[in-house]
Design a protein around this ligand. Structure first.
Ligand code: FES
Ligand code: FES
Length: 164
């Protein structure tokens, strides 16, 4: 079909991209199939579980229900984009230290939602953390440790800022 594909230009984890994609592909498909970034997980594919969460223009979105044309010109950050100079992000560090990872399937999405929360609010209370992660389902039900990890990550960010 004519017009079924188009040039998608965007920034992905700090790098400019210009790739040919189909209009009906989702952002998750673009990331996983075209860019090979399989850290973004697919599960429900209906916007219900949060496994596919990435950050688009500073807001967390479920990439399985965002179509490629919607991210034309956007700045996208995936779980692969969080590490800097070979160092993992404080949120990732906190999830490991707090034992918040069980099977791990929900974790990239949880980390991206937590990162988005902490970018907007450096001292969230428990209710605010629950609210921000409300769209992320953990089938291993590790919620208590995940909340502890987000609290610990908030502390780590503050310490990092003090050092800089
Ligand atoms: S896979 Fe996207 S919300 Fe579940
Ligand atoms: S750690 Fe298994 S689904 Fe969350």
């Amino acid at each position: 079909m004519e017009n079924e594909s188009f040039e998608l230009e965007f920034i992905l984890n700090g790098e400019s991209k210009n790739i040919r994609v189909k209009h009906y592909w989702t952002l998750a498909e673009v990331l996983r199939s075209q860019e090979g970034l399989t850290g973004t997980k697919l599960c429900c594919e209906e916007g219900e579980c949060g496994a596919c969460t990435v950050i688009v223009d500073g807001k967390s979105v479920t990439s399985c229900i965002v179509l490629a044309p919607e991210v034309q010109g956007s700045n996208i950050v995936t779980i692969e984009g969080l590490s800097q100079d070979g160092e993992i992000d404080p949120v990732q560090e906190a999830f490991i230290e707090e034992g918040a990872v069980q099977c791990g399937y929900c974790i990239p999405g949880m980390v991206m939602s937590a990162k988005n929360l902490l970018d907007e609010n450096d001292s969230p209370d428990e209710e605010e953390i629950k609210e921000a992660l409300g769209g992320n389902i953990c089938r291993c039900a590790g919620y208590y440790r995940i909340i502890c990890a987000v609290q610990s990550a908030a502390q780590k960010y503050k310490e990092k800022v003090k050092v800089l």
